[in-house]
Design a protein around this ligand. Sequence first.
Ligand code: SF4
Ligand code: SF4
Length: 414
Amino acid sequence: MDKIVALKHLDRCSKCGSCQAVCPLYAETRMEPLVARGKLFLIRNYLEGELGITRRMKELMSLCLLCKACTAQCPNGIPVDRLVLGIRQEIAREKGISFVKKNVFQHLLQNNGRLTMAAKMAYLYQKSGLQWLARRSRILEFLGGNLARKEELLPQMASRPFRSQVPQHFPCNRPRLRVGYYTGCLTNYVFPATGHAVIDVLRRHQVEVVVPEQWCCGIPALASGDEEAAAKLAQKNVESFLKSGVDAVIVDCASCGSMLRYYVELLGTEEAQRFSEKVLDISQFLADAVSFQPGEREVPLVVTYHDPCHLRRGQGVAKAPRDLIKSLPGVIFREMKEADRCCGAAGSFNLAHYDLANRIGRRKVQNILQTGAQAVVTGCPSCIMQISHLLARENAPVKVMHIAELISRTYLKK
Ligand code: SF4
Ligand code: SF4
């Protein structure tokens, strides 16, 4: 963390407390050290040498959703999430990161072969009956640490990664644009249907699609303070996509999208800048870069929309997905209350702080149910996982789907 830059930001905090009203963590805990003002106070004390990195400090800094709600509310526009990421790097530098995280960020995520193998093992765990046995015997409950409930978060893994199901190139006669599709890990290993829908929608708009070799965007490593591992992944993605000569890099995951745009800051190179400038969320691309044409098939569904934090506040995309949804034949759109409030997923926050994430998510579920919608549409696979999990816990018969899947349903299948 650049101390001088950080202190300049910290100097601008007037301690007005406006951030308190919007912080989902504060709403649940009423703890001042968790709200932006409290966190900035602790960071300042650390930078001025008044506070060391204690276990408590580590815990408090891990308690942030990086949802940017405070920054959006702050009259001085203080980039709280950046400062929290900065202090997490300091913590990782001074205290190191856990053995498991180190291996995941520095070995597993850097190697697609190993990552695919790990996904395959998770799939076999689910399909071989082991998962059934583990749940039935309640062995995970005996192991403690909320393991049983965290295991419920494990989504149904795909039998084959999406990228191994499709060619690397979808040619097109007289294409309007040539785009590279960044699938992200969740679409690749968990939600291949989203990937097929994205390709379908792009091709119906006369767009040539390539799916270059790619790696995790690096956000899990960055959020845990391992900037070096994140930068290595970023460099590989930048090189691969620039080599493929695309006009735009299309993303279906809000978190990946905001991370890919952050590469310019992370790497600070001219290549990273060229790459980051090309990154567009699928809904923004459809609304702004091609004249969007929904299909003719009616989809009789009442839907509401959840704004992923990293799409609305991270990339400023909020109107485009709503406009797209409202234009679909048969679809009735109902806005939910607090649509832009975090669902509690926040990357792996829900794994590390399961109960708190669920408390935050319960408010989201109530807001969804109040609309009477049959489906929640969003633009982030991580939010889809969390909201599906929360709705299932409430036995609520509401579908959760990616916006590309909803759009794809309106096309008559060939
Ligand atoms: S809203 Fe901004 S200026 Fe006000 S207390 Fe929070 S961080 Fe400080
Ligand atoms: S980023 Fe979100 S969770 Fe973190 S302090 Fe700000 S409002 Fe609270």
